[in-house]
Design a protein around this ligand. Structure first.
Ligand SMILES: *Cc1c(COP(=O)(O)O)cnc(C)c1O
Length: 360
């Protein structure tokens, strides 16, 4: 068996320890004689799994009691519709469009009400975060929406927008549990787990209780109401049971690493290795405005498409997988999520130096 350094943007690298533990428990989960995949979600064993997962996440993120934690399906993209269907009481919401995912969320919200694009960085290929200190927030906006870390472009909000008292809703798919957050600043925090936490398909929604009401847009399907899932402890129907089990293991792994402060320190160290090299390189350069750089997704280019392709190919042959940039932007992108070890980034930089010497 040999494992590669996997720089995929998602589904992405998971801690090896977690994968090994899951493998050990595959045929017989702790004396039950069955796999978690084969288990009733109403069983004692599974109830313990989901309850522990929630408790560990609450501890890690310091989630206040007046927030619900929901484990749902449909990925992050399902939330693009669920948020307006459940939250647009006035049928007005303000969107800050800093990349493709925010744009998709904005376009989806336009189906359900008046979504206003109050800021955007599309004019410069989403390579920066706009100034959000004094935006024209709508008087009657039900919420202000952001995508906190832009997976494709490699930008991150370092300060949250001034929402002028309106509820903040954030897609944190690609920065989930990468650093501490103050949950009280948000009405809703949600993310697909396949970037930093677990297998695709699970989406975690952390939502303030007063936002969970029966008053949803007419025609909202039962499965798309936050209330039904909140009232049933994410067990209205069969939850994505195996995925939640893996998420639970990742939460425990993060706790063992020292929690979110330790994760942040680890991630800053890793990102600095790569950014420092990019800033001094004669061949490679980062594509994002310095102050808006993501700790998780690092896009870079050589400025020559053929050389980019050559780099991706040679890197793959050397055991560095999935470095090709998103199809809409080209170039390269290294996603260095929580589970990417520091050696992975050090070795990548060594490889880049060698490539630079050979090709610059
Ligand atoms: C990957 C990603 C999504 C889409 O996730 P799905 O689970 O495929 O729907 C949405 N937002 C962000 C920020 C992402 O990185």
């Amino acid at each position: 068996m040999s494992r590669v350094y996997n720089f995929s943007a998602g589904p992405a690298v998971l801690p090896e320890e977690v994968l090994k533990e899951a493998a050990e428990e595959m045929l017989d989960y702790r004396g039950t004689g069955m796999s978690v995949m084969e288990m009733s979600h109403r069983s004692k064993a599974y109830e313990a799994i989901i309850q522990e997962a929630e408790a560990d996440l609450r501890e890690l993120m310091n989630i206040p009691d007046n927030y619900k934690v929901l484990f749902l399906q449909g990925g992050a993209s399902q939330q693009f519709a669920m948020i307006p269907m459940n939250l647009m009481k006035n049928k007005v919401a303000d969107y800050i469009v800093t990349g493709q995912w925010a744009k998709k969320a904005y376009q989806e919200a336009c189906i359900y009400g008046k979504a206003n694009k109050i800021a955007s960085s599309e004019d410069q290929t989403f390579s920066y975060i706009p100034d959000c200190s004094d935006l024209p927030i709508s008087e009657d906006a039900d919420y202000v929406y952001i995508c906190e870390n832009n997976t494709i472009y490699g930008t991150k909000f370092k300060t949250l927008p001034n929402t002028k008292g309106k509820t903040l809703v954030a897609d944190v798919s690609s920065c989930f549990l990468s650093e501490p957050v103050d949950v009280t600043k948000y009405g809703v925090i949600y993310g697909g787990v396949q970037k930093n936490i677990g297998p695709a398909g699970v989406v975690i929604v952390i939502i303030r209780e007063d936002l969970i009401t029966e008053d949803v847009l007419p025609g909202t399907p039962t499965m798309l109401k936050y209330k039904i899932h909140a009232d049933n402890g994410s067990m209205y129907n069969t939850p994505p049971a195996y995925g939640i089990y893996i998420c639970g293991k990742v939460f425990k792994w993060i706790k063992k690493q020292g929690g979110l402060e330790a994760m942040k320190a680890h991630n800053e160290k890793k990102a600095a290795i790569l950014y420092d090299f990019l800033d001094s390189s004669r061949l490679f350069k980062g594509t994002v405005r310095r102050e808006d750089r993501s700790l998780m997704n690092v896009p870079f280019v050589t400025g020559n498409e053929e050389l980019d392709a050559k780099f991706v190919k040679e890197a793959k042959a050397a055991g560095f997988e999935n470095l090709k940039g998103h199809r809409t932007v080209g170039g390269m992108r290294a996603s260095i999520y929580n589970a990417m070890p520091i050696e992975g980034v050090e070795k990548l930089v060594e490889f880049m130096k060698k490539f630079e010497e050979e090709n610059a």
